[in-house]
Design a protein around this ligand. Sequence first.
Ligand code: NAP
Length: 290
Amino acid sequence: MTIIDGKTIARSIREDAKKRTETLRTQGVVPCLAVILAGDDPASVSYVTGKEKALAEAGMASRDIRVNADISEAELLSLIAALNEDAAVHGILVQLPLPKHIREDRVIDAVSPQKDVDGFHPASVGNMVLGRDGFLPCTPNGIVRLLRTLAVPVCGAHAVIVGRSNLVGRPLSILLTRKDVNATVTVCHTGTPDLAYHTRQADILIAAAGKAGLIAGDMVKEGAVVIDVGVNRVSDIAAKKGYRLRGDVDFEAVSRKASFITPVPGGVGPMTIAMLLLNVVRAAEKTRDA
Ligand code: NAP
């Protein structure tokens, strides 16, 4: 069994982003991502901090825009409209989830598809479905990249995804069925009557449910490749922060059966950030080439 080192794989992608950034800088373009965070949810603050640190390490700029959780939807939309017009900003990321009174769809739709480095805009999703050029969502794209880097057989494999969110499960199902990837995909969700029946058939099992330890050892086929997307905070009085991060997979039990498995943290998470950097650098290259 191999524990997949997402950090190391992500590092080489980040190096690539850094080199391309250096080239852009010599051409007078500094890739810049505007990051909007509404409120001070601790998990969101830590995600935003991690992304901005990675941008800085790759030589890119970031605009850190923090607004109060009570910002109105109209104010947030006009902030995004201004960033759409700002030529120095190549990408716009609005950290989700948003405060309850703000309609997420409205915000996603407001970001220009040219700056939609999260790949959430309906135009980006449409391009992904049709196999056209556009920004791909970072976590699903990072998972496909991870599988390709490991050189595990994906073509012809049966991939079972647990979760159908717009963020992870659904876009991943689309990317895995693209002809150049060629997996056969089953997507499970809370309406799936016998989850274990499906997960046991997976050559590649991807857990993206947001339920700590959902995937038990007896739900996995011997030799399966297991990708754990889940990031769940479970309370742990022994831990410094009072909690620890757990994936959707019972790592101890499943690692005894899997051929490859991602840890949490250190598996999919670093890939998500690396793919974001690639999207930002690409957005900047597009403006250079326009
Ligand atoms: P989400 O929007 O809550 O979606 C969860 C999906 O899992 C839903 O489709 C839900 O089904 C399904 N599900 C939940 N419990 C299930 C169960 N018992 N059996 C079968 N299906 C079940 O979550 P998300 O945004 O996709 O995120 C999923 C997890 O990935 C979270 O832990 C999140 O923190 C993590 N995540 C990690 C990264 C990273 O970079 N590492 C990035 C994004 C997300 P229904 O549709 O029927 O409700």
